[in-house]
Design a protein around this ligand. Structure first.
Ligand code: FPP
Ligand code: MG
Length: 180
């Protein structure tokens, strides 16, 4: 539910027209519906979690939502800027994408009785998997095809510097003026 909420909002922010091979909710029902449906999913998630645990699981979920929004804000701040380097890109991905992976994994492990040491290791693993997921998603924005159900080059169109572009500019500085 949290993931769905974030994507409903994300497609409004990014003006996304296609997701999972079909028109986005904002195209079919409007931005207003997308925002409200996202809020509804998010509050339903919090209500469900609260029903089973008001301690660490709820606290972790709220932290991950806070991180998701912080990552989106950081990305917005860099919109249209060629100054994003790999470290900043990783920070943005860690917040906007990996934080949800971290919470999901740690919540599952905690409920299975994992020790603090294991929880920390699981968190580290999930952060890396989340980062890998976002890197792949960003690469597919340039190289993907119909199977991935998203319009190509949306990141460039929206002025978002992603890792493939950051590395290409590093390797070939003339690209900078072309992109500008
Ligand atoms: C997709 O990234 C979006 C995210 C990883 C997070 C979006 C988070 C928010 C909008 C903050 C609000 C959160 C909640 C829970 C309401 P992308 O745009 O790089 O990927 P895409 O290609 O799938 O659009
Ligand atoms: Mg998006």
């Amino acid at each position: 539910l949290i993931h769905t909420a974030s994507l409903l909002h994300d497609d409004v922010i990014d003006e996304g027209v296609q997701r999972r091979g079909i028109p986005t909710a904002r195209v079919v029902w409007s931005n207003t519906v997308s925002i409200l449906a996202g809020d509804h999913c998010l509050s339903s998630a919090v209500e469900l979690i609260r029903g089973v645990d008001t301690g660490e699981t709820l606290a972790g979920a709220l932290k991950s939502v806070k991180d998701l929004t912080a990552g989106e804000l950081m990305q917005l701040e860099s919109k249209g800027s060629l100054m994003v380097d790999e470290a900043r890109y990783r920070k943005i991905c860690s917040l906007k994408t990996a934080s949800l992976f971290v919470w999901c994994s740690q919540a599952g492990a905690r409920w299975a009785g994992a020790s603090d040491e294991v929880l920390e290791a699981v968190g580290e693993m999930a952060d890396k998997v989340g980062l890998a997921f976002q890197m792949r998603d960003d690469l597919l924005d340039m190289t993907g095809d119909d199977r991935f159900g998203k319009r190509l080059l949306d990141d460039l169109r929206e002025g978002r510097m992603t890792l493939p572009v950051i590395l290409a500019v590093e390797e070939n500085p003339q690209l900078r003026s072309l992109l500008e």
